[in-house]
Design a protein around this ligand. Sequence first.
Ligand SMILES: [Ca+2]
Ligand SMILES: [Ca+2]
Length: 188
Amino acid sequence: MRLARPLAAAVLVAAALSAPQPAQAAVFKHPGVLVSRGQLDFVKANLGNEPWKSAWKALQRSSFASLSYTAEPRATVECGGWAAFGRPIAGDFNGDGVGDLAAVKKDGNTLHIWNGKGSNGFSGAVALGPGWEPYASSLMSLGDVNGDGRTDIGAVHGETGTLTVWNGKGGNRFGPAIPIGPGWNPYF
Ligand SMILES: [Ca+2]
Ligand SMILES: [Ca+2]
């Protein structure tokens, strides 16, 4: 995770000012604070001045700093696995107002969705179903093309050139494939 230096410093100040937690050294040994006491004191003394003032306010607005934030630790954290997926598309596929990502996994040609959770966070991948191989290279987010307020997706069949639309239903669900018409291959 990379943070702007003032924000990173503010995060560390918040950590330093928070109440001490019960030690769990037997399970996990924290590598320690990566800045000096003098640096923390400097940032703390300048929280009323820019850029530290804005960084502090941004930290306070962050959902990760909320007292109601509930961590969702995962047993397995995937790193560097995006090469397994085709080009991702963006849209609000579950209808909660936060942007999501979708992409077809090349092995199995299954459409996957990652729901945005705000603050640049995403849920784990939700597998929707196989059979997307003919559409994987042209999958696109269309916005709302049927006017029901929900994000729709489309693609051009790689062999037939038929433009096909799937209307979003919210909750990461889509209606049946609706063929719009042939002749779209030259545009993709
Ligand atoms: Ca969403
Ligand atoms: Ca729609």
